[in-house]
Design a protein around this ligand. Structure first.
Ligand SMILES: C[S@@+](CC[C@H](N)C(=O)[O-])C[C@H]1O[C@@H](n2cnc3c(N)ncnc32)[C@H](O)[C@@H]1O
Length: 314
């Protein structure tokens, strides 16, 4: 592959936010087009960066894009789901890390490769797997998951107002014949949504497609498992930077970070909080960092992006 058109979101902000130490051990959990990895690697001297991606096309692309960094042994790739962070790193004899960046969701090439079935704009078999070796795909979700399961994912992961109507319609159509392609599904969604609602609020299939993608890749489950491991593996002064693209992801990260910086069951009336009761972590920024106006003007993907950063302090 020669081209991989992905414009990195919050590039400097995320890598500056990690406060990279030249001899440190770092992880890029979401290699994608290699934007964050390249900048992070440029700040290393004797340090090392482990870059994860579950998508073989991202790894292949970066064998060229990061060829110099690979040759200098500054970067190594791990092709697996980042939910296996701990075990995959231990396998490489890495037990502690000084920083990790997550840039969640899918990359532009995953969306724009019509054949992968992520986009309602291209007609393709229903797939949506980031990891092409995974068994579960969008076709199975749409054709085999129960009405109640569909309703749950459309409401929860898509925050879709017409979740019930869409799930019902799918249930009816698939009894006649299996739903095979993205365009079959788009038509079913359009028919399920009342005409007046169809004309506003963006593409009518956007939320349902997002919901199916999150379900196929178990995106929230993977983030939750991986972040818990990252928090455990972080060395003192190590940082985690996470870029999210929708409210569910952001809420999950915010809640997990908040738990780490709050003191549970603090007895009331303590004049000074004893050292051993102080939390092990601090938020580097209280409010999430958002893309600059300049970035918003040039990168459409940046619009919903939010960056949160946490640091282990002891
Ligand atoms: C938004 S892109 C990352 C872009 C990258 N930061 C850049 O600068 O080009 C997200 C990438 O993370 C990968 N990814 C998403 N979830 C993953 C997971 N659970 N495990 C491993 N890789 C994942 C996707 O395959 C995709 O290539």
């Amino acid at each position: 592959m020669t081209e991989f058109k992905h414009v990195t979101v919050l590039l400097e902000e995320a890598i500056d936010g990690l406060n990279v130490q030249p001899d440190g051990v770092y992880v890029d959990a979401t290699l994608g087009g290699g934007g964050h990895s390249k900048l992070l690697a440029s700040r290393l001297d004797h340090g090392k960066l482990w870059s994860f991606d579950q998508d073989v096309t991202a790894i292949k692309y970066n064998e060229n894009h990061l060829a110099d960094e690979l040759a200098a042994n500054k970067v190594a790739f791990i092709q697996t789901n980042f939910r296996h962070l701990h075990d995959a790193l231990v396998e490489q004899d890495v037990s502690g890390i000084d920083g990790i960046v997550y840039d969640l969701g899918v990359s532009s090439p995953q969306f724009d490769d019509g054949q992968r079935g992520f986009s309602y704009k291209y007609d393709a078999p229903l797939d949506m797997r980031m990891d092409q070796s995974q068994a579960l795909n969008a076709r199975t979700v749409v054709n085999e998951w129960s009405f109640h399961e569909l309703l749950r994912i459309f409401s929860r992961y898509g925050e879709e107002k017409f979740a019930k109507q869409i799930a019902r319609r799918i249930e009816r159509e698939r009894e006649i014949k299996p739903i095979e392609t993205t365009f079959d599904l788009v038509n079913i969604i359009k028919e399920a949504i009342p005409a007046a609602a169809r004309r506003k609020g963006g593409h009518p299939a956007k939320r349902t497609f997002q919901a199916i993608r999150i379900a196929v890749n178990d995106e929230l489950g993977a983030v939750e498992e991986s972040l818990a491991q990252a928090l455990e593996m972080l060395n003192v002064h190590g940082r985690i930077a996470v870029i999210t693209f929708h409210s569910l992801e952001d809420r999950l990260v915010k809640t997990m970070f908040k738990e780490k910086v709050t003191i549970p069951d603090l007895p009331s009336g303590l004049p000074v909080i004893p050292e051993e009761m102080q939390p092990d972590f601090k938020l580097v920024v209280r409010k999430p960092i958002l893309p600059s106006d300049e970035e918003l003007a040039t990168n459409r993907r940046a619009h919903s992006a939010k960056l949160r950063i946490i640091e282990r302090i002891k």
